[in-house]
Design a binder for this molecule. Structure first.
Ligand code: MG
Ligand code: ZN
Length: 216
């Protein structure tokens, strides 16, 4: 019983910092997305491709979360956009205070789109508001088309669902239609994209939508 109370207090405290982040981002004209997925769905590759497609059109910055390494930040850094690595030292999700501290590192940058790459984990990141405009769920086709039904919470909270690594479909039993249908069963308002970071299939559609969201 006390455990439930503590967890509720933790989430309430997180929500109030998330609201502060949201006001700060709004004041600065920043649109932000929180990318949530299991490890290995291709979030960092999606971030790289998103930067390639949008960096001439808008100013982008990245905050990337990892349990142990700064490998993702090193990858992003090559594109010349401001990037902050959060190392959680075992923590399995980002919270609003981690994002607030990370943002301080780049608050003097001119940013229109802030991409927050969460720690690879499909469960608790969906409960932690970071102050982002949209949560985006990413899943690769290798994870199986039934997963939206097994992890419904993140689909409830997400604005869009990116089905990644579709170049692997010929080698798998996963049905793209089934995966999409299962996700939309959970959240009928979900905008669904199918992408490959290798062939770049679907990348124009995803980045055009994201660009439009930022400018709305
Ligand atoms: Mg990554
Ligand atoms: Zn967690």
């Amino acid at each position: 019983m006390s455990l439930i109370t503590i967890e509720k207090k933790v989430l309430e405290a997180n929500n109030s910092i998330a609201d502060e982040n949201r006001s700060k981002f709004k004041e600065k004209g920043i649109f932000s997305i929180n990318l949530i997925s299991s490890p290995g769905s291709g979030k960092t590759s999606l971030v790289e491709q998103t930067i390639i497609h949008l960096k001439d059109k808008m100013k982008i910055a990245v905050i990337t979360g990892d349990i142990q390494t700064n490998l993702d930040a090193e990858r992003i850094d090559k594109f010349g956009v401001p990037v902050v690595q959060i190392i959680t030292n075992g923590g399995c999700h980002l919270d609003a205070s981690l994002v607030r501290n990370a943002y301080k590192e780049i608050e003097n940058e001119d940013i229109e789109l802030l991409i927050i790459e969460n720690v690879g984990n499909l469960v608790c990141p969906s409960e932690y508001d970071l102050g982002e405009n949209h949560k985006i769920c990413v899943m690769s086709v290798t994870e199986g088309d039934d997963k939206p039904l097994k992890y419904p919470l993140i689909f409830h909270h997400s604005e869009a669902f990116v089905i990644n690594k579709i170049d692997l479909i010929p080698y798998l039993k996963c049905s793209l239609d089934e995966m999409r249908n299962n996700a939309v069963k959970v959240n009928p308002k979900l905008k669904v994209f199918s992408t490959s970071c290798y062939s770049c299939e679907g990348m124009d559609e995803w980045t055009k939508w994201l660009f439009h969201q930022c400018r709305m």
